[in-house]
Every structure is written in C-alpha cells, then in structure tokens.
Design a binder for this molecule. Structure first.
Ligand code: CA
Length: 366
C-alpha cells in the first residue's frame, strides 16, 4: 500500500471510530458491523518482559497499532513466561490462544527446519539485504507459504543488524578450541557449531546470564553490545568475539493468527502490516544507534577483552555453513524453493554489495 492509500485507510478508520463515540449511537455502531468493533488481542513474545531492543520494540509495535487504529485494536503484550514460555510463542499464535506474537523464526527450527532462512543464516544476508529479499525479492511470499498450514501470518517485525560472535571464557585461536564447547547459539549457527565439535544450547534469553555465570554453559551469544550489556554478560565471561558470522542481520518476526487477521476490516489489516514495517525499521535504527555506545562502555568501563575471530576459524565455519545449507535444510519441495531463492538472492547481493556497501565502508575506513 502506498502512502496515499495508507493515509486514506487511516482516515477512514478514524472516522469509523468517531462515528461510534457519541452517546446513543449504539445502533449506528451495530450497523457498521466490523468497522466499529474493538479487537482485544494478546501478543506473546519470546523476549523477557521489557528486554531492551526487541522486547521494548514489541511493546512499541503494540502501542503503534493501537494508536494507528484509533483504539480499535488493543494489544496486551506478555513477556516470555508471563503467558507462555518463550519457545511456545509460535504454537500459541497458531492455536489462536494469542492473536499475535513477536520473536524470531529460527526459534521454530525444531518444527520447521527451513525457518532460519527468515531470521538469520550463517554467512547469509545483512539487515539491508534480508529486507530486500523479503519485501522485494519473493522472500515474504515464501515465508507466508511456510507458515500457512499453521494458520500463522508472518511479518518482518524488527532487525538486530549484525550481531556479535559471543562471550567466551577462553580465547578462540583455532577451530579446535570450539570442540566440546557448550554454547548458547540458536538456528543454523547451532548446526555449524555442532559440526565444529561444539555442543549448542537453545537457552532462552532470560536464562543466558545465569547459565553462563554458573557454568551450565561455557559460552553464549545473545545479540550485540546494547543488549549484552543490559543482560550483564560481561560479568559472566571476559572475552567478547566478533563478527556475528551466524547472525549477520537477524530479522525478527511479528506473527498474527491468520483467522484473527482475517476478521479485521481491510483498513485495520493495513494498520497491522504498516506498523510491523515501521517496527522493522525502528528496531534496526535503535540497535545500530545504541550498539556503538554500549561497546565503548563494555571496553572502557568494564575492561572487556574484545577479539576478532581468526580468519582461519571464520573460513572453516563458512565451509561448514555452506555444507549445511546445501545438505539437508531443504528436505521437501517448499524447503528447497526457500533455500534456493535465498541462495540465488545472496549470490546477486555478493556482486552488488561488494561494489556498494562493502567498497564504501572500506573507503570510509581507510
Ligand atoms: Ca543472537
């Protein structure tokens, strides 16, 4: 929907609400049917309540939908564990127990092995590139096809930008150093670590600090400086590695129960869609702005040891990642189409990004 149509839809929505407000207009509202109905939704999230970045972003998304709909969609947001545990968000929205959810597609990899293509793929797409694939490269249509049997409608609903490789209590000098390592890492990155001899754990965000500081896990990646500082991960491990090879621009998802969405009149469907698009932009902007300041605090105040992963380690992990993507992620026709679309788009991006973003960033830094 272009801006003119969106504004027209929003005006229509505001007028619909105004017509229902005056006293004694109940019959008029009844005649309006759907147009006057107030939709009370629950949003379950995979994020700890009020978690910086993603959690607060999900709260802002709910408030924006309420404001843009003139109060006709009201959403109560639940942090992880408040209504259901983090890893039950997809099933809860699928069942319609909550009408909306916010999380990351790779959390559902146990049920849908190709779901990580819609959040983060090791050595995959940056934030800018994954938005290009989803909105203008056929990615979103494939994502909706994947979730359709579960009555779940996905929208890109945030992006962290490139993440950090994570927190370790020992230096990583060779690929051998990953052997036997119990590390919190989700999605396809977990499969890559496994191939390197490590033991990946899907620890929910709210448990990362405790698990790392008590030695339940040896290492952990969460997001990046802004969120990792907020979680206090620098108190649990001293080496902070980059770059986030496993999450080069993680797309977060806003998911809506398909039947709940179908009940909305078209102008409110447009509100949900455009509010999610705004959340996608807003979260990436917040992560980008706050990561830089937080990194400075971590290094200068907390004396965190910042380290690049050695080139040879990154090259070995890249080889494992390519093998995993080629092998068994796509074990059905739809999965194969998703994987192939992603890979074809990434191949195009390699050409364009090399002479645009990459060339510019190199020139700016030199
Ligand atoms: Ca992460």
């Amino acid at each position: 929907m272009d801006r003119r149509h969106l504004l027209a839809a929003l005006s229509a929505s505001a007028l619909g609400l105004a017509a229902c407000k005056p006293k004694g207009q109940a019959t008029a509202c009844a005649r309006e049917g759907k147009a006057g109905k107030v939709f009370k939704w629950k949003m379950v999230t995979t994020w700890p309540k009020n978690a910086q970045g993603a959690g607060e972003g999900a709260e802002r998304l709910a408030k924006n939908i309420e404001a843009m709909s003139g109060g006709r969609i009201q959403i109560k947001v639940f942090g992880a564990g408040e209504f259901v545990p983090a890893l039950q968000v997809f099933d809860t929205v699928s069942a319609g127990t909550a009408q909306m959810g916010h999380g990351g597609a790779y959390y559902w990899a146990g049920k849908l092995p190709v779901s990580p293509f819609f959040s983060a793929v090791p050595y995959g797409l940056t934030a800018q590139e994954i938005n290009a694939w989803l909105y203008h490269g056929g990615g979103l249509e494939l994502w909706r096809e994947l979730y359709a049997p579960f009555k779940v409608l996905p929208f890109p609903g945030g992006n962290t930008g490139v993440q950090m490789a994570g927190w370790f209590n020992k230096e990583i000098n060779t690929i051998e150093d990953l052997k036997g390592l119990k590390m919190r890492i989700p999605g396809l990155g977990a499969r890559v670590l496994e191939r390197a001899g490590g033991s990946p754990q899907l620890t929910p965000g709210g448990e990362v600090f405790t698990s790392l500081s008590t030695g339940v896990i040896d290492a952990a990646e969460w997001i990046g400086p802004f969120n990792d500082l907020g979680f206090g991960l620098h108190k649990a491990a001293k080496f902070y590695y980059y770059p986030g090879w496993h999450e080069p621009g993680s797309c977060l998802e806003a998911i809506v129960n398909a039947e709940a969405y179908a009940e909305l009149p078209p102008e409110l469907q447009a509100v949900v869609e455009q509010a999610c698009k705004a959340a996608n932009l807003d979260m990436l902007a917040e992560f980008t702005a706050k990561n830089a300041a937080a990194l400075k605090t971590l290094v200068e105040e907390h004396k965190v040891q910042l380290r690049p992963l050695p080139e040879a380690v990154l090259a070995t992990l890249r080889g494992y990642a390519e093998d995993i993507i080629a092998e068994n992620v796509a074990d059905d026709p739809l999965g194969t189409r998703i994987r192939d679309s992603f890979r074809a788009f990434r191949a195009e991006m390699l050409g364009w990004s090399a002479i645009s973003e990459q060339a510019f960033l190199r020139a700016r830094a030199s």
